[in-house]
Design a protein around this ligand. Structure first.
Ligand code: NAG
Ligand code: NAG
Ligand code: NAG
Length: 878
């Protein structure tokens, strides 16, 4: 389906990395987006008004006599010298090295939109104290070692300092611009005009009260309302983030081109290396240098543009300037001061929460296409996987499975017995996903529609009637997911007794929630449509967030649903599972590129094949036995690593650290990593450099870390860190390296689905560092319920190799989970040959363990320790 061509990852910050990697495969077969459907900054009235403002002296002055300092925050009024409009600045020092800056009109003629529901709590504040003050400025202490915030009055600016050094400045380029809400001139009364005597007469500019793009006119009853603020980052050359764009990892200068645009759009086909908006928007930008990582979280859901300019600041120090522009709402920005990359992730997670912990099976392989046509087709594809000995966990049904694109229904001819079909999958311990889109067919015989209409849950058009747009079902209404009552009702529709033909192994795919409106402006909703009192303009980038919000509250039968197929969540929240389309949505890759795509997808967080309705079938066995074997091998590699993937998601849910990471996140002082976006880390222990070019005979991978060692996971060959390694490749090569110093648990007996492997034994890969040590973890639970949370039903163990002993100890002694899995084999990479190996367990048992040593690869293999994965044990090498 539509979203699907976006290879989007699971992290709040780095989808662009995956975009680059997989899309470079896509490059040779892609077609350009129809650019004329989408606005440039010049075609967007507020963006061009704001961009016409050039850096210079700010017209704002802080009125220090209005300054008030309370325990939790500081407020001060800002006066615009030109039009005399007053703004209110609020400054908060937040726990965990964060500062929040809010700017709103002091007295707006009506409230401006402030994003609700995204912050998980009112962020706890810390005391700010005045260190120094005169008529020009106020210096506040921000804690830390010697962090200070300097508020300068005329012109207004803020500087965050560490000792004598400026970390970040706000409005230092004078681009704070706040369009106050106003009454349209031709409707103004005499008194209004008199009150404004002192102010300079502001002339209305084109597009302030109405704007036309192609055939669509945006009426703007509230007039201009845009906001803008600039940030300067001295000493910074590298900035990242603000997904989603089909571009390299590192953000580029936007001088002379369009800014990066954040506006959730169903662009269908898109170009690489382009700042155009795509399906989702995460308004978080990261800056990094060898000393510090910082983050800016711009909490605004309206159409937003971000200019980036890196160059030389004053005194020849490199500097990056960033400017955010949004169409409406207020300025509400969180400055996350790090200092380490993981601190910024923790800081962001403390504001928005972490991604949901997905079911283990969702990390396995998914087979999707638009469409699997009927029950026989599903059954044939399912059998095809067994015949070709390729595992899979989920088969997906796109829009064609429904009765005329009426979601929550089945096409009776093609899917007459959905429960039989689901039972057939269940018998093989497999699952299904069906699509449920948020455009509802306007049809008086369709229950979902009549209920939403009679309850008044549809989004309204500007005239107060139900908003209608053209989408897959034809004429459709769009539920107002910002309404909590609507969300509650919607969630109840997923109950097994409401959703006919559903049962425990049926999951849901939320798609098209930009929202996609085929006949709307830029293929989305009119900005003057209404969600209760608010315009769609204000909430646009949150719509998908709210669709997903509706589903998260429905955790049917205690099973973890969140995340599965939560497509194109246009949002600020972190959502773990956003599909990658292995094979590409449009067009037809060569067999070689399809194989390469599987090999890259197998090492990305969400692993799903998908294809457009018009493409030829491309199930993995349709390209000859050699290619089938290559795809089988890639999918099998994914299954063997599921315990590692699951552990990474367990951590991510607890700490907010991304699962897939750019190299610089783990090697923040290694400058060579700062621009690398053709390889990535999974957690911190696996380094992946996929082959993405057709006809490739080799790749060069940078192995990071001075003093680090890396082991090829296929050959066990050992390489030193801080070097460029040339790797010759064949069609079967997937260059992956395990970090020396790590222990990774795999399940090597691959079966037809992850559930079938539940009780299988583990093989441990102990990769020794240069000192001969290694550490890792193992996490086990039932894979799909919340009992790990509610009843402490899980196993979390530390595995540690030091002093020639490998031991397993309990990281969570008060939790319990019965597991039948045991330790089948231990491979120690970079080992020496011992004379004997013994196993001791806590019950005092001691036994000798058979082993083999390969002097060529320096791999020591311990055969069948046979101990249960949930107990304490030690293996001694003597
Ligand atoms: C805050 O910054 C200090 C000083 O750089 C650092 O030591 C500390 O770990 C940081 N705390 C958090 C929660 O990030
Ligand atoms: C690795 O290659 C990159 C890009 O060619 C280069 O900038 C870097 O200096 C090389 N690093 C080493 C350690 O050779
Ligand atoms: C396992 O080791 C942990 C310490 O790592 C200890 O607290 C626990 O009592 C041990 N369990 C048994 C059954 O001996």
């Amino acid at each position: 389906m539509i979203i699907a061509n976006v290879v989007n990852c699971l992290f709040p910050f780095f989808p662009r990395m995956c975009l680059y990697l997989v899309l470079s495969v896509f490059l040779s077969i892609t077609q350009a987006v129809d650019r004329s459907n989408f606005k440039t900054c010049d075609q967007s009235a507020f963006c061009s008004r704001q961009r016409a403002l050039k850096p210079g002296q700010s017209s704002y002055r802080a009125l220090l006599e209005t300054l008030e300092l309370s325990d939790s925050h500081l407020t001060v009024q800002l006066l615009n010298n030109n039009n005399k409009v007053l703004l209110l600045l609020e400054l908060y020092r937040l726990q965990g090295n964060m500062t929040r800056v809010k700017i709103n009109e002091l007295k707006p003629i009506k409230p401006r939109y402030e994003v609700p529901d995204v912050l998980i709590t009112d962020p706890p504040t810390e005391l700010m104290s005045v260190v120094a003050q005169d008529e020009h400025r106020v210096v506040l202490s921000l804690g830390g070692e010697d962090w200070r915030l300097i508020l300068s009055a005329q012109p207004f600016r803020l500087d965050i300092m560490e000792g004598p050094q400026v970390l970040l400045s706000l409005n230092s380029r004078g681009l704070l611009a706040f369009e106050q809400l106003r009454i349209r001139k031709d409707t103004k009364s005499q008194t209004d005009t008199e009150e404004e005597e002192e102010a300079e007469e502001e002339v209305d500019q084109p597009g302030m009260w109405e704007e036309t793009f192609k055939t669509h006119t945006d009426t703007k009853p509230n007039g201009p309302s845009s906001i803008s603020l600039d940030f300067s980052l001295p000493g910074v050359e590298h900035v990242y983030g603000i997904p989603e764009h089909a571009d390299g990892l590192r953000l580029k200068n936007t001088d002379g081109g369009d800014p990066y645009r954040l506006y959730n759009l169903d662009v269908f086909q898109y170009e690489l290396f382009n700042p155009m908006a795509l399906y989702g928007a995460v308004p978080v930008l990261l800056s990094h240098n060898t000393h510090r990582t910082m983050g800016l979280f711009w909490l605004n859901a309206a159409e937003t543009w971000v200019d980036v300019s890196s160059g030389q600041g004053s005194s020849e120090v490199p500097q990056t300037d960033v400017r955010w522009i949004s169409e409406s709402g207020i300025i509400d920005v969180f400055i996350m001061l790090g200092p380490r990359p993981n601190d910024v992730f923790t800081q962001y997670a403390s504001l928005t929460g972490t991604q949901a912990f997905p079911p283990l099976s969702s990390l396995a392989y998914h087979q999707c296409r638009w469409n699997y046509n009927d029950q026989e087709d599903v059954s044939a594809v399912d059998q095809g996987f067994d015949e070709h000995d390729i595992p899979y966990d989920f088969i997906w049904l796109d829009i064609e499975h429904t009765d005329g694109k009426r979601y929550f229904t089945w096409d009776n001819n093609k899917f007459p017995q959905p429960k039989d079909m689901l039972q057939g999958l269940l018998d093989k311990r497999r699952k299904m996903v069906t699509i449920v889109d948020p455009h509802i067919k306007v049809d008086s015989s369709y229950k979902i529609h009549t209920e939403i209409r009679s309850r008044g849950y549809y989004i309204k058009n500007k005239d107060g009637g139900d908003y209608e747009g053209w989408c897959w079902p034809g004429n459709a209404g769009y539920p107002d997911f910002t309404n909590p009552e609507m969300r509650k009702w919607w969630a109840s529709m997923f109950a097994y007794d409401q959703y006919e033909g559903s049962m425990g192994n049926l999951y849901t795919w939320n798609d098209m929630n930009e929202p996609s409106v085929f006949n709307g402006p830029e293929v989305t909703m009119h900005k003057d449509a209404l969600h209760g009192p608010w315009e769609h303009r204000d909430i646009h980038n949150l719509y998908g967030f709210y669709v997903q919000f509706g589903r998260v509250i429905m955790q049917q039968s205690g099973v973890r649903l969140a995340g599965i197929g939560a497509a194109q969540i246009g949002c600020i929240l972190i959502t773990p599972l956003i599909p990658a389309d292995v094979g590409g949505f449009f067009k037809t890759p060569s067999a070689e590129l399809l194989v390469r795509w599987y090999q890259a997808g197998a090492y990305q967080p969400f692993f799903r094949a998908h294809a457009h309705l018009d493409t030829p079938r491309r199930e993995p066995w349709l390209f000859g036995p050699d290619n089938t074997a290559l795809i089988r091998e890639a999918v099998r590699q994914r299954y063997t690593l599921l315990p590692y993937w699951y552990l990474q998601f367990y951590h991510s849910q607890r700490t907010g650290q991304p699962v897939m990471r750019p190299l610089w996140v783990e090697y923040p002082e290694d400058i060579a990593t700062f621009s690398i976006d053709d390889e990535f880390l999974i957690g911190k222990d696996l380094l992946v450099h996929p082959v993405t070019d057709e006809g490739s005979s080799g790749v060069t991978a940078y192995l990071p870390g001075n003093g680090e060692v890396w082991y090829d996971v296929h050959t066990f060959q050992r390489h030193d860190g801080a070097q460029n390694l040339s790797i010759p490749v064949t069609m079967s090569s997937i260059p992956v390296f395990q970090r020396g110093g790590s222990i990774i648990c795999r399940k090597n007996r691959v079966r037809r689905s992850s559930s079938c492997m539940e009780n299988d034994p583990y093989t441990l890969y102990v990769a020794l560092d240069s000192q001969g040590n290694a550490e890792g973890e193992l996490y086990i639970d039932d894979g799909h319920t919340f009992k790990h949370e509610t009843d402490k039903q899980f196993i979390h163990r530390r595995l540690s190799f030091t002093g020639n002993s490998l031991s397993s100890s309990d990281l969570s002694p008060d939790s319990q989970f019965p597991t039948a899995s045991w330790v089948e084999q231990v491979n120690i990479l970079g080992a020496q040959k011992p004379d004997a190996v013994t196993l001791t367990t806590t019950d005092g048992g001691e036994s000798s363990v058979g082993f083999e040593f390969d002097p060529d690869t320096a791999v020591l293999t311990l055969r069948k320790p046979g101990v249960n994965a949930g107990v304490n044990w030690t293996l001694h090498l003597r």
